[in-house]
Design a protein around this ligand. Structure first.
Ligand code: ATR
Length: 279
């Protein structure tokens, strides 16, 4: 019987997950369909029933369900519990299991690019993606400053996720941010500044003076592939990492959890890139 998988969210907009997940199933010759199912909050319980009845084998979960879905699951991994967010659900014999593969994806992006561990990092943002990034960076042994528009949100994620770390926090509009950014080896943006369709698509969260050639700048925004932050980082000679690879890696980890098979990363990346260019 054909296994069915889906990405659920609301609004789903144009998601490229079906393109790269289906490419992985097809490449390995697995009898499976991966589709986008727009799911308003009132329909979340329907998706849960479909998982429990076997009509769905697994799901990727995106806004606004990442937190809400936790209450409907039987088990969640430690990583999902710490981030408070589930992006991967698997129907197993023992019930519905939730995982968060963003953390592993961020670690893997940095490992693939040979970004050294134990370095000074500036994390921009304090939302859901920032929680995953904070966990990933602290697992690498990095030393963090978290900068956010709303300072109290930055303070809260440090207090919740890394209370004894000594990680610092700062407002995104603080005059000292530029100097702090210049002193860091890695800058990781998780805010929606620079995102197509977001609140400030033409802006960078940092001024150009904050960037230089001895840094890595990782923007998890993938639409556009070159955000204003990455354009400025590239002009400054910094190493630039875009969000597409992370998006594919979080999906590849989901694929591995569902199928137990090694995900064909290059195939998935190529399919994701084509879908992004076409959208
Ligand atoms: P995600 O789950 O993708 O991380 P989120 O939880 O909504 O999304 O978080 C969005 C992040 O972008 C937050 O850090 C938010 O800052 P606040 O905590 O101050 O809200 C940041 N953000 C969103 N719009 C912004 C803007 N116009 N200027 C600065 N920061 C912004």
């Amino acid at each position: 019987m054909t296994d069915r998988y889906a990405v659920i969210g609301y609004p789903l907009g144009h998601t490229i997950s079906p393109a790269f997940q289906q490419a992985a199933f097809d490449h390995l010759g697995l009898d499976a369909i991966y589709e986008a199912i727009e799911t308003p909050p009132a329909d979340l319980s329907r998706r849960i029933s479909e998982l429990r009845s076997g009509r769905l084998s697994g799901m990727n979960v995106t806004i606004p369900h990442k937190n809400e879905i936790v209450a409907s699951l039987d088990h969640i991994t430690d990583t999902a519990r710490l981030t408070g967010a589930v992006n991967t659900v698997t129907a197993t014999d023992g019930g519905l299991k939730g995982d968060n593969t963003d953390v592993a994806a961020i670690e893997e992006v940095l490992r693939r690019s040979n970004v050294p561990t134990g370095i000074d990092c500036l994390l921009l943002g304090a939302g859901g993606a920032a929680r995953a990034a904070l966990l990933a960076l602290s697992r690498r042994g990095d030393n963090l400053t978290v900068a956010n528009r709303t300072l109290s949100n930055a303070e809260q994620i440090v207090r919740n996720l890394a209370p004894d770390s000594g990680f610092k926090t700062i407002g995104l509009d603080s005059p000292s941010l530029t100097a702090i950014a210049r002193d860091t080896r890695l800058i990781l943006n998780t805010t929606s500044i620079g995102m197509h369709g977001g609140p400030a698509p033409d802006r960078s969260p940092l001024p150009a003076a904050a960037l230089h050639a001895d840094q890595t700048v990782f923007d998890i925004v993938y639409r556009p592939t070159t955000t204003p932050l990455l354009a400025a980082a590239s002009s400054a000679g910094a190493e630039c990492l875009g969000g597409l690879e992370m998006l594919i890696l979080q999906g590849a980890h989901s694929f591995q959890i569902w199928t137990g098979r090694e995900p064909p990363f290059d195939i998935m990346l190529a399919a994701g890139r084509r879908a992004l260019e076409a959208s």
